[in-house]
Ligand binder design. Structure first.
Ligand SMILES: Cc1cc2nc3c(=O)[nH]c(=O)nc-3n(C[C@H](O)[C@H](O)[C@H](O)COP(=O)(O)OP(=O)(O)OC[C@H]3O[C@@H](n4cnc5c(N)ncnc54)[C@H](O)[C@@H]3O)c2cc1C
Length: 426
């Protein structure tokens, strides 16, 4: 039996996948299949019932489900976009055969002309950070607790300690306080928080929840259920300092200790991954190292704002649609983008030049640690500066975006370096 043939198969129906489907449709893709393993579209946004979404894109403060719904509606307006829910993609092959499973069809295959990976991220767990102690109930990732509280209607505990001050941990500190739990403290191993400044203020300061920087949990106590944790200050190498230990009584520990882009499918098919972002190496069209395979959203690099996720999904959708129609212009040159000094990651990692590109290139960057008065420079061949940006403050949690007209890359050489120096005036 012939497999069904689609112009485009999109793996993951979160904001990146939805934006990609909408944009692919607008750019001429005929039949598009979005495969989502969850029971509904919208991805992680469905459990983020706080506001703060869509400020850039819609100039409005939306909740996560509110933002998701706008894109779900856009996608539903196109009858050519088919959606399979409750369906897990198991494997994608280099010939673009997609193997999936669901309760109705069992295991099945479809054939795509182009594939977009938009599988998002998953959270690091207790096992990933190896906290000693027994294995009592009451240890959750912050995202799992968020789903439990906001979607299933359960509270994970009453006296809570949160490890990690990323945005999910901060938002859950507020959420659980509003649900009547007593959030004892947020502990952060780094000497600074990884969350957005607005979340530190609105989720901790406003509720007088203490944030202990340069601290970690050294033991979790309890036999059947968590009864408490031992915490300690850490040194410059993040090692606990003997003699600084103190105990906090609690019945629940939430871990907000980092996100890992979900790239098992991409890796297995042979897409090259960037060791710093843990996502695929992409060009400005979001094409990966494998022709006809594109990627967008948190699977490429962890985003702080969903507006950028949608932007990336739109780019991937547009160029995947062009590829599927045989209209993607051929590259005649590739320029690699290298990160230096304070810049830890840059996406895209390469720029391709062709005879038709006119869209400006937007570089998305993150610093490795908080910096003040930073001058970001994009430097081409013979030290020619292609673009600059002054930043009074740069934080690892907040994305730096720099737009460069494509023609600036014309005489850039084989690579371009994104570097930093201290700005005299920022
Ligand atoms: C707790 C939290 C708070 C946030 N707060 C804000 C905020 O206030 N403002 C803001 O702008 N942004 C916020 N963000 C960021 C933003 O929500 C995310 O960056 C965005 O949702 C990522 O979109 P995505 O489509 O890449 O991934 P996701 O939303 O994770 O979607 C990926 C989808 O792929 C599916 N999938 C994965 N693997 C498979 C497979 N093999 N087969 C089928 N389906 C698969 C998953 O089920 C999921 O639905 C927050 C994020 C989190 C986690």
């Amino acid at each position: 039996m012939n497999k069904r043939l689609y112009d485009l198969v999109i793996v993951g129906g979160g904001p990146a996948g939805l934006a990609a489907a909408h944009s692919a449709k607008l750019n001429g893709a005929k039949n598009i299949l979005v495969i989502e393993r969850d029971r509904e579209l919208g991805g992680i946004l469905q459990q983020c019932i706080h506001n703060g979404f869509g400020l850039h894109r819609f100039h409005q403060e939306l909740t996560g489900p509110g933002y998701a719904q706008r894109y779900i509606k856009l996608v539903q307006e196109h009858p050519e976009v088919e959606v399979l829910l409750d369906t897990m993609v198991l494997e994608v092959k280099q010939n673009k055969t997609v193997l999936a499973v669901n309760p109705e069809l069992g295991v099945f295959e479809v054939q795509a002309k182009a594939v977009i990976f938009t599988m998002g991220c998953r959270e690091r767990t207790r096992g990933a950070i190896r906290i000693p102690g027994k294995r009592p109930a009451g240890v959750f990732t912050a995202g799992a607790a968020q789903r439990m509280v906001n979607m299933e209607g359960y509270i994970p505990g009453k006296k809570i300690v949160i490890l990690g001050s990323g945005d999910i941990g901060l938002i859950m500190a507020r959420r659980l306080t509003l649900e009547g739990a007593d959030v004892q403290a947020v502990l952060e191993i780094m000497p600074y928080s990884n969350g957005l400044t607005r979340n530190i203020v609105q989720c901790l300061d406003d509720y007088e929840i203490p944030l202990h920087l340069a601290h970690t949990i050294v033991a979790i106590h309890g036999q059947d259920r968590v009864t408490g944790v031992t915490c300690a200050r850490v040194d410059a190498n993040m090692k606990p300092i003997a003699g600084t230990e103190f105990d906090i009584e609690c019945d629940c520990v939430l871990l907000s200790v980092g996100l890992i882009p979900e790239n098992e499918l991409s890796e297995e098919v042979g897409v090259s991954l960037d060791t710093k972002t843990n996502g695929p190496v992409v060009d400005q069209r979001r094409q990966t190292s494998l022709t006809g395979f594109f990627a967008a959203g948190n699977v490429v690099h962890v985003h702080d704002l969903v507006d950028f996720v949608s932007e990336e999904g739109e780019i991937a959708g547009k160029y995947a649609a062009l590829y599927a129609q045989g209209k993607l212009p051929e590259n005649y040159r590739t320029i690699n983008i290298l990160a230096e000094n304070a810049i830890r990651t840059v996406v895209p990692q390469k720029i391709v030049l062709d005879h038709a590109s006119i869209d400006p290139v937007r570089l998305f960057m993150r610093v490795g640690k908080p910096e003040e008065k930073l001058l970001v420079e994009v430097v081409g061949a013979q030290g020619k500066v292609l673009a600059t940006k002054r930043l009074p403050i740069a934080k690892p949690g907040e994305m730096i975006v720099l737009e460069i007209p494509i023609d600036k890359f014309a005489d850039a050489g084989e690579f371009v370096v994104v570097t930093t120096r201290q700005a005299v005036k920022a």
